[in-house]
Design a protein around this ligand. Sequence first.
Ligand SMILES: [Fe+2]
Ligand SMILES: [Fe+2]
Length: 363
Amino acid sequence: MEICAAADIHYPRFGHKWAVALADGMCDSGADVIVLAGDISAGPDSRYHRFLELFAGFSGPKLFIPGNHDLWSDVDSPSTSSRYEASLQRIAEDNGFHYLPHNPIAVADVGFAGTVGWCDYSFRQLTPPVPDLRVTPMLPAREDLTTKLLPIDGRDNVPWEELTTEDYAAQALVWTTDGHRENLIWNDAIYVDWHAPDEVVAQELAAELREDARRIADEVRILVGVSHFVPFEEILDEPSDDVAYAYCRAYMGSSLLGDAFLSMPNLALVLCGHHHRRKVLQHGNMIVANCSVATTSARSSSLFPRTDPNDPEAARDRRVQPRRARPHPHLREAHQIADRRRTARATVRRDELPSPDGAPGRR
Ligand SMILES: [Fe+2]
Ligand SMILES: [Fe+2]
């Protein structure tokens, strides 16, 4: 079976022509199954319909997993759960996509189970990006269509090594570089509200994934897992000396998610996105592929959510904006890849089954 997967399209950030080329490339790839692994777009439903209808000509199964940007809701009435449980499923199904959360599916003898996943700060960078760096965690708050950063009692100018999970839960940081004050907000703090701490969300979604896999496992020979957030730390880069990049590492994923995948019997392949660096790893006999296509538009993409000039919701938020990551060496290489190859492809072969104990190795 051939699977053609992409994540982090962020339509229409890279333009409609780019999106058409991507969709055409995926539809014409010869794959048996298409997987979209999150961050398809953000904002009005019309954007989703405009992009997803580009896949109308593909006759095989098309699977949809949301990303954090797909969960972004109006800041005045965040309703993340209803968007995840209902709205996005309706949008996907209206366009012929199978909505994977809570709905594992068997395609021939291959089972697919998936979740958006979430972060629990387990991948945070413990070593300071800059020696002796001191930072101030802050709490973002909306006020009159702008975002303000509120101080947190007793957390002013703390050593990087002393950042706590509560500091990361606040999701904003202030620091000084060469005498200049810099700040960063992880925008999920503003646009996502699960009504539960991130760690609890990560735990519950991982538990749901295990249950989905259990439901489908007996019907199939091998399993493919799909998430938007990163399940294995090895997918991320080495510790960074860039403060913004180092900080956002905490929001990339969860080891609980990885543990849930590794508990699946006969797991052959895991697909994810979210970290905008395409990467494929071998875990024993299992393949882990970050199929982010934002990687290939390096000049206009970064690790961080970026303000879309055409997005009125984002435009209101320009007063405090996330800082862009420095270009990464991998991205220059990725530039050379042609439009129609802007997909991550993986082949699940019968000879790539996990070892008999069903437990691919982890670092
Ligand atoms: Fe993304
Ligand atoms: Fe994402």
